[in-house]
Design a protein around this ligand. Structure first.
Ligand code: SPV
Ligand code: MG
Length: 565
């Protein structure tokens, strides 16, 4: 680091109140974060966006801030960078951008859209919309892009200082940043004038100065920084001197680099090439692999969040929903599951999962989400939603359930995707009271219709099944899976079907969160999840059944199933 950079860093550091909360921790507001970026000793970078979507992509890429470019926003609207888009139209775009992102936006405010009075109103509105700061340039309204023509007229220094003061006096957020853009070099007025103006703007209250140059080299920028000596943060826009190594800017003590229009220009190139390919081939085949899949667009715009909100707020209207865990292959079934997961195995002309969904639909459960994994494309049933556990081969049932986290709002049924049960089992469960109710088969499952090798999730309950007509006392789960007693002393078998109320779903989401944090989520199955809830004191009610259900663990089960249905 050379002396100039060191000098700037010293001056910047001196501005941060030592020991203040801000000096110690990340400021909360977007304006505060923009201020911190401008004042930090390290060089920061902000990237152009021109609407909500491009703003999201800038944030996704890891940039710390957004440059809401006047040129790009105008171009995106199909108009020139001559204030043809009104300031309220720009404001509307900014509102979308600010809502779509969490990083601060520095707005290209052109000339401030008029005199000091227009700047006052602009700054007030920007603060209301959570914009981090504005950059205004010392030119006249209506502006012309700096890279067009020569010797554009500049504003009178005092008049422009009035715009700066008016803007600073109007901000409702103390941290809102006003960057004064010096156009003297571009307009051909020379370095001395640029420095004179920058100093006047700093004195008028500008938080930073943007020194603009349209030369192909950064000589003007480094020359300016040298004479400026770090009196206020310097912002640059290296569009024309893009070959300059970034280290040069660091060494010069620049505070912030704006990559000013590259998303808009990338969009122009990409849209042209895709249009041309489709026009020429009269087909979409050639471009399909090149462009973002629709599901990525859904992801960018937060479709999942809406699904979660629907699960939460539309629950009462839609009745209970169901989440079916169907991510595993079912290796035990050998070649039968080579091309499809076991839930899609044909059982007398109909996939197992379809039979399950039909049973659910028959009891009024129409909102059915299937967690897919192995050969997910084979799960193509009508009337289901799907979410994917793409790590199905290294995770278990709990991780699959976590993939449906956004739909895990009660009332809700969670079931294995490879079981079948009679309607009356489901109806009894739906009628049962309790925040978490799980179905337990009270029979000793050693009957000849079962594969001798299958693993059974034994459970121990507060009391055994009696089968008495008069017995309707509450039964709760005490232990399950590896925590449960040996088969001989167990009270039954967990069949893989559980109902959650709104509270129950909240408890399960909490347990999934905790498992994700402590690293146990990936390996856990549903019994482990239930065991965890029992261990933390949650009451899990048990609905005893005696048969009338089936699961498919291996060829033995499948043969029984085919005989039965
Ligand atoms: C913009 O992005 O609109 C700018 C930067 O003002 S520049 O086009 O380089 O002037
Ligand atoms: Mg501009």
């Amino acid at each position: 680091m050379d002396e100039r950079a060191a000098n700037r860093r010293f001056l910047m550091a001196a501005r941060l109140p030592i020991g203040s909360a801000e000096a110690q921790s990340e400021p909360a507001s977007k304006a505060g974060r923009l201020r911190a970026l401008l004042q930090a000793p390290a060089l920061s970078f902000i990237m152009e966006a021109h609407n909500g979507l491009s703003g999201k992509i800038v944030e996704e890429a890891g940039f710390e801030g957004i440059w809401a470019s006047g040129l790009s926003m105008s171009a995106a609207l199909g108009v020139r960078d001559n204030n043809e888009a009104s300031w309220t139209q720009v404001l509307e775009m900014l509102e979308f951008m600010a809502d779509a992102t969490t990083i601060p936006i520095l707005v290209d405010g052109d000339t401030g859209y008029g005199n000091f009075n227009n700047v006052r109103r602009l700054v007030r509105k920007l603060c209301q919309r959570g914009i981090g700061g504005v950059c205004i340039e010392d030119k006249l309204f209506p502006k012309t892009n700096s890279f067009i023509g020569e010797n554009q007229p500049l504003a009178d220094v005092d008049e422009f200082c009035g715009r700066i003061k008016a803007g600073k006096d109007s901000q409702s957020d103390d941290d809102f940043q006003l960057v004064a853009r010096v156009e003297a070099l571009i307009a051909g007025w020379g370095m001395e004038e640029a420095l004179r103006r920058a100093e006047a703007y700093r004195e008028a209250g500008a938080d930073a100065v943007l020194i603009h140059s349209k030369k192909a080299t950064a000589d003007e920028i480094t020359g300016f920084c040298e004479s400026w000596g770090g009196r206020a943060p310097v912002v640059i826009v290296p569009t024309m001197y893009h070959r300059t190594p970034t280290q040069t800017f660091r060494d010069a003590g620049v505070s912030m680099v704006i990559w000013a229009n590259h998303n808009m220009r990338a969009a122009v190139s990409a849209m042209r090439s895709v249009c041309q390919a489709i026009k020429e081939s009269e087909s979409l085949t050639a471009v399909e692999e090149e462009i973002a899949p629709v599901r990525e667009v859904f992801a960018l715009t937060g479709q999942e969040e809406l699904a979660a909100a629907e699960a939460r707020y539309l629950a009462a209207a839609g009745g209970p929903r169901a989440i079916l865990l169907a991510a595993s292959r079912g290796e035990e079934l050998g070649p039968l599951t080579e091309r499809r997961p076991k839930c899609m195995i044909d059982v007398r002309g109909e996939p197992l999962l379809q039979r399950l969904v039909r049973t659910l639909n028959g009891s009024g459960l129409r909102d059915v989400t299937v967690v897919r994994g192995y050969r997910k494309e084979a799960i193509d049933l009508a009337g289901i939603e799907s979410v994917d556990n793409d790590r199905y081969d290294e995770t278990g049932e709990a991780a699959s359930l976590a993939c449906a986290y956004n739909r895990l709002y009660g009332p809700c049924l969670v079931s294995y995707g490879d079981i079948l049960f009679r309607r009356h089992v489901l109806d009894s469960l739906l009628a049962a009271e309790g925040d978490i109710v799980t179905v337990v088969d009270a029979r000793r499952r050693t009957d000849s219709a079962r594969s001798p090798d299958r693993t059974v999730d034994w459970v121990r309950c507060s009391r055994p099944f009696t089968g008495s007509y008069l017995d309707d006392d509450r039964v709760t789960l005490e232990a399950i899976g590896s925590d449960a007693a040996e088969p001989e002393s167990a009270h039954g078998e967990f069949i893989g079907l559980t109902k959650l109320s709104e509270n129950g779903a909240t408890l399960v989401r909490g347990a999934l969160d905790a498992m994700s944090k402590d690293g146990s989520l990936d390996a856990a199955d549903l019994p482990e999840l239930l065991a965890r809830l029992v261990a933390q004191g949650a009451a899990i009610d048990v609905l005893y059944v005696t048969g009338h259900w089936l699961d498919v663990d291996d060829a033995f089960d499948l043969a029984s199933l085919r005989n039965l249905v």
